[in-house]
Ligand binder design. Structure first.
Ligand code: ZN
Ligand code: ZN
Length: 241
């Protein structure tokens, strides 16, 4: 099945609610989707700004977020045979790109403090059986906040980061492609037009744990989903190293 494991909603800075995301992906035939809203640091200046603007999940609405995902997961299963996975994107934004890091966590069910260090955050994720992903870890060729911290420390962090994004949205990252690291491709969807993007095809049954296990074991392929053409195009053998 084709999946997308990095998607934002109105719980942080996405434009669509969880239900709208489910309908968008369901109609597109995408059968595994992770909702991964930002959990911004509370201590830093940029984190405080995100908190102030309501562009982040907080410990106060985290339970409501999980219940909304759970309720939508039932609807997604019935209507679209879709597996909806609860996740977050721990967001450490500094004024310095080399200090900024975004870690997507899949299969979360307990709050994780965003102000902890990366190693502790990953340990907390693993305690709950969740998967960790280094989000857009290299230059994204876009005028936006760059997050190089995880890539700078990849030798040390490859023990705790399960997957590295080799593509984000429409962009492929040759630096990640050429490394022997476990990989994933995601949209980082914030609005419906972002549906056209790289995604990951997973060879697993539709249980959440089977999907996460297949991702970890790299029983995957990468696909470029072109919305206008409404079909899935596989271009990837060259991507797998
Ligand atoms: Zn991010
Ligand atoms: Zn994101």
């Amino acid at each position: 099945m084709v999946g997308d494991f990095h998607v934002h909603t109105t719980y942080s800075d996405g434009e669509l609610g969880i239900r709208q995301v489910v309908d968008l992906y369901g109609k597109a035939g995408i059968r595994a989707v992770a909702i991964t809203d930002h959990v911004c640091e509370e201590a830093t200046l940029l984190g405080k700004a995100a908190n102030y603007l309501g562009k982040t999940l907080t410990r106060n609405n985290f339970d409501a977020y999980l219940s909304d995902i759970e309720a939508e997961a039932d609807r997604a299963r019935i209507l679209y045979d879709m597996t909806l996975i609860p996740g977050v994107e721990i967001t450490k934004n500094s004024l310095f790109n080399h200090r900024s890091a975004h870690v997507v966590i899949l299969g979360i069910h307990k709050w994780i403090e965003p102000d902890l260090c990366i190693l502790k955050i990953c340990a907390k994720a693993k305690e709950q059986g969740a998967l960790t992903i280094a989000a857009h870890p290299v230059f994204t060729r876009n005028l936006e906040k760059q997050t190089y911290h995880l890539w700078d420390r990849k030798e040390e962090l490859k023990k705790v980061i399960d997957l590295w994004e080799v593509a984000s949205g429409k962009l492929l990252f040759p630096e990640v492609q050429s490394e022997k690291l476990p990989k994933i491709a995601n949209s980082d969807l914030h609005r419906s037009t972002h549906l056209t993007s790289w995604k990951t095809k997973v060879f697993a049954d539709n249980k959440q744990e089977s999907i996460l296990d297949a991702l970890k074991k790299q029983k995957i392929d990468f696909v470029y989903y072109q919305e206008q053409l409404a079909f899935l195009q596989t271009r990837t053998s060259s991507l797998m190293t």
